[in-house]
Design a binder for this molecule. Structure first.
Ligand code: ATP
Length: 264
């Protein structure tokens, strides 16, 4: 079985992410793509990243129509204590897969350019086959040599969606339509939950009023958790294994604090 891990902040998940996953699935005949929203990086100040449950809920909504897209809460801060790193998530996945299963790591060209700086990058290159998708503005030819020489790389050159999560957050703040950027269900979630507004207080107030995930309030049904949704084989095996307690797992790019980047 061919399984791919697709990690990201997904703040929010947008059409670019979905295009990457579809192109990779087609090119590498992937059976499952596991969407894993990252926990909050430890170096980020509180509020710099949208709460995990909102980001995860949007991933659930955006992937609901694709049987092979499976959202997983492997880096949910409520389930895993401490910082989480991709290398630990990969190890956990590896243990859940059989010896004949292939594990791919789906990543955009921009993120892959920084891979050598990630924690455990050398181990990561041994554990997975990288699937590096093109992204407008970033050259697949400029991938770091050190990793390029050691890693198994599959290039997916056909992705040309000029969309970033930063664009989506900006679009919300300036009142633009989101339909070209995100799935309609994600757009509805963003507006109803009050995410990414110029005045973030509105969002935080709604959070303290109720701990119920906004998806539940919006759709009127329980947000489908990956464990409740009928799972594809790899995800099922993973869900049946408890996380090693207090094991650090996380997306490790040391991203700059985005709110400052965006002038907030
Ligand atoms: P932000 O604008 O907040 O930095 P982002 O749009 O880059 O976010 P992430 O959730 O950080 O989204 O990205 C997760 C993964 O998806 C990364 O590997 C990234 O390179 C890849 N990715 C995101 N958008 C695209 C895109 N439009 N084309 C190709 N890859 C993408």
């Amino acid at each position: 079985m061919n399984v791919a891990l697709f990690g990201g902040t997904f703040d929010p998940i947008h059409r670019g992410h979905l295009a990457v996953a579809r192109a990779a699935r087609h090119q590498l005949m992937l059976d499952e793509i596991l969407f894993v929203p990252s926990g909050v990086p430890p170096h980020k100040r509180a509020g710099a990243v949208t709460p995990f449950h909102d980001r995860h809920a949007m991933v659930v909504l955006a992937t609901a129509g694709e049987r092979s897209f499976v959202p997983l809460r492997l880096e949910d801060p409520d389930l895993v204590t401490g910082a989480t790193y991709s290398i630990d998530t990969v190890r956990r996945l590896r243990r859940a897969l059989g010896p004949s299963d292939r594990l791919f790591f789906l990543i955009g060209a921009d993120a892959f350019l920084d891979i050598a700086t990630w924690r455990g990058a050398d181990v990561l290159t041994r554990e997975v086959e990288f699937v590096v998708a093109s992204r407008p503005g970033f050259s697949l030819a400029a991938l770091p040599e050190r990793v390029r020489d050691r890693a198994t790389l599959h290039l997916v050159p056909g992705v040309s969606e000029r969309i970033s999560a930063t664009d989506v957050r900006r679009a919300v703040r300036s009142g633009q339509r989101l339909e070209d950027l995100v799935d309609p269900a994600v757009s509805a979630y963003i507006y109803r939950a009050g995410l990414y507004r110029a005045n973030p207080g509105a969002h935080h107030r709604s959070e303290t009023r109720s701990k119920t995930p906004a998806a539940q309030r919006i759709t009127g049904r329980r947000c489908v958790s990956p464990v409740e949704r009928p799972l594809r084989p790899a995800a099922r095996r993973l869900a049946s294994r408890p996380a090693k307690s207090a094991r650090p797992v996380q997306h490790l790019h040391d991203e700059p604090d985005r709110r400052e980047e965006e002038g907030q």
